[in-house]
Write a protein that binds this ligand. Structure first.
Ligand code: UFG
Length: 324
């Protein structure tokens, strides 16, 4: 398939591009490089486009055909979204609307949308299935839910198909060790732990030890980024025989606390990890664990990295190689 990947220079997007190319697909990345990395996309044709620049977007897509679009281009930091909600609504909602507008104009009709567990807000069940109530507690989650709802309406109105994939905690790095998680600033737990043991690393901060969980720290469902990439291709294939709108939750279905993750990192790195306990971070729910049964049953999704140690090991191999 010929695939367009907006946001393909970012963390999950670059793993998607690599996975798709390894599977024999023809990849074109679209990115504005506001947070993505040039070094992550050297192997693909790149369209340098910001989705808010409708004219440039129109020019870059005019006359081009793609069998599918996998859309990652978005702002994705919960804490930043609380401080700058307008930035999130503009990028994540207006950007998606602009993209869909051009796709419809060019008769490109299959889209996989990068969504998030943040659309659910505070969970009311132990694990979160697709029909769980959707009450986001931060503008990031709100912006992704708005984009999902827009896509649902577009699918009802036009001959357009969209699948939303809601990731729980994406983690790990590609086995080639050439790409991995590199946000600036880095806010995610696993890279922050691993970076703390490298030379010049900052001491790890643990945000909150007074949550209503088995050890007081937040519990999350970590899922390998290459396993997420696999789900996107399966979603595109599934669209061949299933039209309209659909959505799936993607996680391993097992929760690990921040303290568990620190222990796993100690085991993998062979280091005793020092940390400082800080107050809770705004917008963090206590527990987020996925029920991914629907993706297993309907998409045939089979995550390969089913242990936290394996996920952390892949991230550690990449972090040890230093920044690109
Ligand atoms: N944490 C720390 N120290 C750090 C970084 C994180 O203690 O340096 C804690 C957080 O407070 C949280 C847990 O580790 O309890 C995981 O935090 P991450 O930043 O790694 O990931 P999040 O759970 O915040 O993010 C995930 C998804 C988002 C989604 C969000 C919803 O990556 O897409 O859950 O809350 F929006």
């Amino acid at each position: 398939m010929k695939l367009l990947i907006p946001g393909g220079a970012g963390y999950v997007g670059s793993h998607m591009a690599k996975y798709a190319q390894n599977q024999g697909h023809d990849v074109v990345v679209m990115d504005d490089f506001s947070t993505g990395h040039e070094w992550a996309v050297r192997d693909y044709e790149v369209l340098r486009v910001n989705l808010l620049d409708q004219e440039m977007l129109a020019r870059s897509l005019k006359g081009r055909q793609f069998d599918g679009v996998i859309h990652f281009a978005a702002k994705s930091l919960v804490s930043e979204s609380v401080k700058k909600p307008d930035l999130y609504y503009r990028n994540n909602v207006v950007g998606t609307l602009n993209l869909v507008h051009e796709l419809l104009r060019n008769d490109i009709n299959d889209l996989v949308f990068s969504s998030t567990a943040a659309i659910f807000g505070n969970p009311v069940t132990n694990s979160i299935a697709e029909e769980h109530s959707k009450l986001p507690i931060n503008p990031y989650g709100q912006s992704k839910l708005m984009a999902e709802n827009i896509l649902r309406d577009i699918c009802s109105a036009y001959s357009f198909n969209a699948t939303c994939l809601r990731y729980f905690n994406a983690a790990g790095a590609d086995q080639s060790e050439t790409i991995g998680e590199a946000h600036e600033p880095e806010t995610h737990l696993i890279p922050n732990i691993l970076k703390s043991v490298l030379p010049d690393g900052n001491k790890l901060k643990v945000f909150g030890t007074d949550y209503d969980t088995y050890d007081g720290t937040c519990v999350r469902d970590y899922v390998h980024v290459t396993d997420l990439a696999q789900a996107h291709l399966l979603a595109l294939e599934h669209m061949n025989n299933n039209s309209g709108f659909s959505a799936y939750n993607l996680g391993n279905g097992k929760g690990f606390s921040v303290a568990d993750v620190i222990k796993a990192c100690e085991k993998v790195t062979g280091t005793c990890i020092q940390f400082a306990v800080e107050g809770r971070r705004t917008g963090d729910p206590a527990v987020l664990v996925a029920d991914s049964q629907l993706a297993f049953n309907q998409l045939g999704w089979r995550p390969q990295y089913d242990s936290l140690d394996a996920i952390v090991r892949s991230a550690w191999r990449w972090h040890q190689r230093g920044s690109r």
